[in-house]
Design a binder for this molecule. Structure first.
Ligand code: SAH
Ligand code: F3S
Length: 479
């Protein structure tokens, strides 16, 4: 099923952007691991480098500079990056001029330690320091090591138009917030990406307008916690109360931003990710119901179905409050798809608490899910204050139970589309056959259907769903 494939991609961190860039005759290759935000950050990095005269190619072997944009969310994600660093270093032996730079969350987490411990990298650059890349590259070209891991209160890269890497020319990510203030006890993100800041709506609209002019048809507004978006002139969200009365009065929250996006770009599909249940409110759900071009899909991670586990995780809501939110979504947006993130085997999780996760899933019957075994991350509040006491076999068994239940629900949700007509945005050829198109419906389900005349990538078409697998809807064009 579609979500299973996505889980694999998330777990194995092989959602890659591999590009190399030619600068003044020099070539740079970028590889990205982790979340959508990282993919978008690599596009920002490519843009910063292109202003310095860089162009892209795809051959790592001939690169003078290899950049790897890294993820720290689970131990496995870091292991994957370490393996890649070994690979780059084996190539460096053949091409000794080649320099290696580490970007993103692992760079921020390990800082100078990367240079000391690994002896494998020349440059370490945190997520808020990409504007400094041209200077840092000069340093390493002169034979010095370079590190910039300063986190910022202001940086949103608002004025930088990302260079779209590996793009299908149809859908693009647009970052609206950076960092996170939530301090979930298991999570390394607040440490690696700093405090939450929102991006100026004007720059968001400018970027979407530019995408529209280049024929893009769908955008995904991105942030660790998009529903917490709040623009009041810039700076950290936690300083909102210190802003002037005027700035507070004119503030733009997520529901308003979404409403303006949908009105300003009526021909584009709008998606967003990720929603934290504590910040998702009725205004957002009502705004979604007002506009047909806002996709009816909400990624609403809960992590556990047990209120006591949620408390230990420092998630700011209970199981009951989450169920109320789900009920509100079902009432106002009956056709809306919902997905989750779930962690199996968090510190102290009892069998009864795990059962509560399964029963919550049974209640919601999620369309998709991203599921993980708890991974203890250095210097998180859970790492400092709690014991990672669930044996790995039990974590794995609970994870398997969660995945199997999700597969059942995913198939059930796919089957509900059979016999219905859905609007599909054509994204490209189906993987298996050039005679078929692939594209997604509003609910984010992948749809495959035979090509007919007068259609092309980027068209919206109506498809009648005739069959499904757990991963894909299969249909035929109507109208
Ligand atoms: N704010 C983002 C969270 C990004 S992390 C969001 O709400 O989606 C993405 C997911 O990784 C989290 O939702 C969580 O399920 C998982 N995750 C984070 N830290 C983890 C850890 N230490 N062990 C296992 N999974 C973790
Ligand atoms: Fe992490 Fe929780 Fe923020 S999962 S990214 S601290 S909402």
């Amino acid at each position: 099923m579609a979500n299973k494939k996505i889980i694999l991609e998330k777990n194995q961190g092989h959602a890659l952007i591999a590009e190399s860039i030619v600068l003044n005759g020099k070539k740079v290759y970028i590889e990205s691991y982790g979340c959508q935000m990282n993919m978008n950050d690599s596009e920002i990095v490519a843009s910063i480098l292109s202003k310095e005269g860089y162009n892209t190619t795809m051959k790592m072997e001939e690169a003078d500079l290899v950049l790897v944009n890294t993820c720290s969310i689970r131990e496995k994600a870091e292991q994957t990056v370490r393996k890649r660093l070994e690979k780059y270093n084996s190539i460096k032996k053949i091409n000794p001029k080649m320099k290696i730079g580490v970007l993103g969350c692992m760079a921020e987490r390990l800082k100078e330690k990367f240079l000391e411990e690994e002896q494998m990298v020349d440059m370490v650059v945190g997520p808020d320091a990409y504007r400094d890349l041209p200077n840092l590259i000069v340093e390493i070209e002169d034979g010095r090591e370079a590190v910039n891991v300063l986190l910022s209160k202001e940086e949103t890269y608002a004025d930088i138009a990302p260079v779209r890497l590996n793009s299908n020319g149809v859908s693009a990510f647009v970052s609206i917030t950076r960092g996170c203030d939530n301090m979930c006890t298991f999570c390394v993100v607040p440490k690696t990406r700093g405090r939450e800041r929102s991006r100026d709506p004007k720059s968001i609209f400018k970027e979407i307008k530019n995408l529209k002019d280049r024929n893009f048809k769908e955008i995904t507004l991105l942030g660790q916690n998009v529903d917490s978006y709040l623009w009041f002139g810039g700076g950290l969200k936690k300083d909102f109360n210190k802003a002037s009365k005027e700035a507070q009065k004119n503030a733009v929250d997520f529901a308003l931003l979404l409403d303006k996006c949908a009105k300003t770009f009526p021909d584009m599909r709008i998606r967003f990710s990720t929603s934290n249940p504590q910040d998702m409110n009725l205004n957002v759900i009502r705004t979604m119901s007002k506009h047909t071009n806002i996709c009816k899909y909400i990624h609403l991670p809960i992590q556990s179905g047990s209120t006591s586990v949620l408390k230990r995780m420092n998630r700011k809501h209970t199981r009951k409050e989450y169920i109320e939110l789900i009920n509100n979504i079902r009432n106002i947006l009956p056709e809306c798809a919902i997905s989750h993130d779930m962690i199996a085997g968090f510190c102290g999780e009892t069998e009864a608490e795990h059962e509560e996760t399964l029963s919550l899933m049974e209640y919601v019957k999620y369309n998709f899910g991203f599921m993980f075994a708890y991974s203890d991350r250095p210097e998180t509040p859970a790492n400092k204050n709690m014991e990672d006491d669930i044996p790995i076999e039990i974590k794995k068994r609970r994870l398997t139970e969660i995945i199997q239940l999700q597969q059942k629900h995913g198939l059930y949700r796919m089957q509900q589309f059979i016999g219905k007509e859905v609007e599909v945005l054509i994204e490209g050829n189906s993987k298996k056959s050039d005679a078929h198109w692939k594209g997604r419906n509003s609910q984010n389900a992948m749809v495959i259907f035979p090509k007919s005349e007068n259609e092309k990538v980027g068209n919206f078409v109506m498809v009648e769903v005739t069959n499904c697998t757990s991963a894909t809807l299969i249909g035929k064009r109507v109208g």
